[in-house]
Design a protein around this ligand. Sequence first.
Ligand SMILES: Cc1ncc(COP(=O)(O)O)c(C=O)c1O
Length: 435
Amino acid sequence: MVATPAHLRRSAITLGNDEVLRIRNDFPILQQHVNGKPLIYLDSGATSQNPLSVLEAEQEFYEQRNSAVHRGAHHLAVEATEAFENARETVADFVGAEWDELIWTSNATEGLNLLTYSFLNASLPGAAPEATRFALAPGDELVVTEMEHHANLIPWQELAARTGAVVKFIPIDDAGALDLEAAAGIIGPRTRILAFTHASNVLGTINPVAALVALARSAGALVVLDACQSAPHLPLDLKALDVDFAVFSGHKMLAPTGIGALYGRSELLNAMPPFLTGGSMITTVTMERAGFLPSPQRFEAGTQRISQAVALAAAVNYLSETGMDRIHAWEAELGQRLVQGLESIPGIRVLGPAAGQERIGLAAFDVAGVHAHDVGQFLDSRGIAVRVGHHCAQPLHRRLGLTATTRASTYLYNTTDDVDAFLNAAADVRAYFQA
Ligand SMILES: Cc1ncc(COP(=O)(O)O)c(C=O)c1O
């Protein structure tokens, strides 16, 4: 008998439908009906929903503590600063980082732009001596992968266009995995940065971080991890993964929009030039020049997203109390159920790893003869929310010979009944459109 791989085995560490039903009670938005049907929310890959504890944390901040941070000497200012910095410690701890290695951003996209603009500043004449290690010269290589979200592609293209560096990419194979043999040939002495997604928002593939970090290290390149689709869904220890930088978005992990984070090794952050400049990030200012604080203030110019940071800390507390290993195990089950079910429907092509192979709890698919937008509207008529389009991954869709797909993505509040209702509806799509 062939043993079930460990990551697919149902074990005591998974959640189970009964617990998920209890979890759902914490999410007011999930109680509603859409088009006369109970809402089935399968679009958490785009944005997740908020439990009451997160909504209350933000409201409590405004009712009890609202004030600017790091500025005032009054009672509220001290409380707000404490809440803001405690939130930083909580979130840093959640991803295995130190507090001064976590910089607040609006989202992952801003974190990646912060990095690329900082590297651009390091490449300009007059950059501080400690920053020149980040300077790029014509012919330097920035390596990404063919499965990147535009957020982890376009900033590198723009940086390359401004410095003369070249963007190269690691291709995927037909099963949606990175071609590591090709990667070994692409990453070489001119590679300065390797930026890749931990988990694909389209394919569901979980990339082999250790193998990629090893290739980057042997070339002396910096490693940037897009953890947008991993931080919400699996236990994440950035120190253990040994990456130099990572980004993630709060709204994909039960927090409100408007808050995300950039992680960086502190030794690197403190040598990098700031991206935005202004109040709250300086030591001394004269009419001619300014000195900059160390990380994290170095990268947090102006009034910050304080209540959102507090809410993100409440979100990671909710995730930690539920258990990231249990969430990961449950979503792996839901992901397999999605893929197995979709693969059994005639005319549906599922992207990414086949059933039985490791993936996060989402599946993007093409329905022969029916445009993804029509699929999405049909599912919506049954109360089912999914994402349609290119999912901000046009090059990946082009590689797969597609322009748009439909994506169902799960989270800790989805039951197997949600997946089955979705599969039943997906099975009716082609007949409805007479495709
Ligand atoms: C893999 C990945 N990277 C980056 C992003 C960008 O996230 P945001 O729009 O929150 O900056 C997303 C969002 O869908 C994503 O899935």
